[in-house]
Every structure is written in C-alpha cells, then in structure tokens.
Design a protein around this ligand. Structure first.
Ligand SMILES: NC(=O)c1ccc[n+]([C@@H]2O[C@H](COP(=O)([O-])OP(=O)(O)OC[C@H]3O[C@@H](n4cnc5c(N)ncnc54)[C@H](O)[C@@H]3O)[C@@H](O)[C@H]2O)c1
Length: 153
C-alpha cells in the first residue's frame, strides 16, 4: 500500500504518517511547510518521519498544479490518498482569504484531478472542517447535519 498523505508536516498528518508507517505502509508526504505556525515544529516532525525508509517527502504547494499532478508520473504506485493539507483556522480567513481559496478550494480540485490520473488508486479520504456546521446549535455535530451556513470557505 502506498499512501499519498498531504499535510504530512501538520499536526494530524504527522501522527497519521507515523501510524501508517508502523503498519508497514509506504507514505508519500506532500506539504508546503508553510509559516502559518512555527515552521521549526513542522521541520522537526519531518525529521522524525524521514528516519523511516517507507517515507518519502515531496515539498510543494497545492496551488502548484504541475507539482500535484506530476505525482502521477513520479509516484505511480500511489493507491490511496489521505488529503489533510489545508489552510486551517477560521479567523485567519478574514486576514488572508486567498490562502483559503488557493489551498482549500483550488487545492481540493487539484487533488481530485490527481486522483483521476492515478491508475492504481482505490480510495480517497479528505478532512473537512467543523466550521462547515457554522452556527448550528445542535450538539454534538453530525455528518448528516445541514451545512448551509459555514463559518469559512
Ligand atoms: N486539528 C483539528 O482539531 C481539526 C479539526 C477539524 C478539521 N481539521 C482538518 O484536518 C486537516 C489537518 O489539520 P491539522 O490540525 O493537522 O492542521 P495543520 O495546519 O497542522 O496541518 C496542515 C498542513 O497543511 C500544510 N499546508 C497548508 N496549506 C498548504 C498548501 N497550499 N499546500 C501544501 N501544504 C499546505 C501546512 O504546511 C501544514 O503542515 C485540515 O484540513 C483541518 O482543517 C483539523
């Protein structure tokens, strides 16, 4: 099993990568290692992952279509995608809305276009945001709740 894991330098991605590698999977990490929060933390995570021979890191931005789509040629063995790379945080969207459009909207489409090009692909999982439930007052949230009033892009 060869899993493309976007957001591998992130909080969830790092821990998921470790769990998948421990199971014997091969993991291709993809991350821009952006400076939304402390880059030294992300670099420290990548140093840990680099110690596992099953881990390969590709540094790139989801907004770079050629870099993402090129994974179909450079890593044709990918048969699963876990897409976690995203511009997270709701309040920051008011400061830098284009980062959300580039990473979360265009990036999502580009990852799905990559999926169409991977001949061995069997499964795609992606993370959304609890903010899709926006002002809902019903707790706990459920995946079947309405999402007409999201808090962020
Ligand atoms: N942590 C939570 O509590 C939580 C809750 C709900 C949803 N999520 C979702 O789970 C996913 C991962 O969350 P996290 O907490 O690990 O976030 P995180 O910010 O720690 O990790 C995201 C990673 O994506 C990378 N990234 C951002 N924009 C990129 C781009 N344009 N191209 C390539 N890489 C890019 C960042 O460098 C970072 O390493 C996100 O989609 C987030 O919205 C997280």
């Amino acid at each position: 099993m060869t899993i493309l894991l976007t957001g591998a330098a992130g909080f969830i991605g790092f821990h998921l990568a470790r769990a998948l590698l421990a199971r014997g999977a091969r993991v291709v990490g993809f991350d821009s290692v952006n400076a939304y929060y402390d880059v030294t933390l992300k670099e420290a995570r990548l140093r840990v992952l680099a110690q596992d021979p099953g881990f390969t890191m590709v540094r790139g931005d989801l907004a770079d279509r050629a870099a993402v789509l090129g994974l179909a040629e450079t890593h044709p063995a990918i048969d699963r995608i876990v897409h976690l790379a995203a511009q997270a945080g709701v309040r920051h969207a008011e400061v830098n809305p284009y980062a959300y459009v580039d990473a979360n909207l265009m990036g999502q489409v580009t990852v799905l276009e990559l999926a169409r090009r991977l001949e061995r692909l069997t499964h795609v999982v992606y993370a959304s945001s609890s903010s899709v439930y926006g002002g809902n007052t019903k707790l706990p949230y459920s995946e079947t709740d309405p999402v007409e009033r999201p808090f962020s892009l």
